[in-house]
Design a protein around this ligand. Structure first.
Ligand code: PRP
Length: 176
């Protein structure tokens, strides 16, 4: 695929991402050795990371999805995100790993974790590919982190700009 004109630079290419995804999968295998884990992907952005990560994990897994409302980040709205698609599966007493593409303010993940905890999982861990740490507004516990990223508008590997560019095989910064 040709790089779109709006792309400023590639932060992580396919081979860097693949290597890191494998490393995270190995960590999850070790942490939940001999057990089963429910991978909960956060729609829509996590769909590619989840697809690749789940195929690298060797222990037994099940999949589910959750979605939170966007809350107008561009306008710096202080509104709290809400769950717009809840889990389909029962997670009480199960090991759960929430899989996110990026954590920015942390507000989305915070709401997701609050919601999941109500269902009383056995263990709950959080796996994010990209950690935009400097933008954090609320403390969220991250157990597996792919890469720390700068405060730039990022696209590709699931991340979008107006729903475009999710299918780029790399993570890139858009021109300002
Ligand atoms: C993105 C991303 C996270 C959230 C992170 O989702 O996938 O869910 O924003 O931002 P926060 O830490 O400031 O809450 P978005 O709302 O853009 O939806 P999408 O995944 O469908 O692209």
């Amino acid at each position: 695929m040709n790089n779109p004109k709006e792309i400023e630079s590639i932060l992580f290419d396919q081979s860097q991402i693949k290597k890191r995804v494998k490393e995270i999968a190995r960590q999850i295998d070790v942490d939940f050795q001999g057990e089963e884990v429910m991978l909960v992907g956060v729609l829509k952005g996590a769909f590619i990371f989840l697809a690749d990560l789940s195929r690298e994990i060797k222990i037994s897994t099940r999949l589910d999805f959750i979605k939170v409302s966007s809350y107008g980040k561009q306008k710096q709205s202080s509104g709290k995100p809400s769950i717009t698609k809840d889990l389909d599966m029962e997670i009480k007493g199960k090991n759960v790993v929430v899989v996110e593409d990026i954590v920015d303010s942390g507000l989305s993940l915070n709401v997701i974790l609050e919601n999941i905890k109500k269902h009383k999982p056995k263990r709950l861990k959080v796996c994010v590919l990209l950690d935009k740490r400097e933008k954090r507004k609320t403390l969220v516990p991250l157990d597996y982190i792919g890469f720390e990223v700068p405060d730039k508008f990022l696209v590709g590997y699931g991340l979008d700009f107006a729903d475009k560019y999710r299918n780029l095989p790399y993570v890139a910064a858009l021109k300002a």
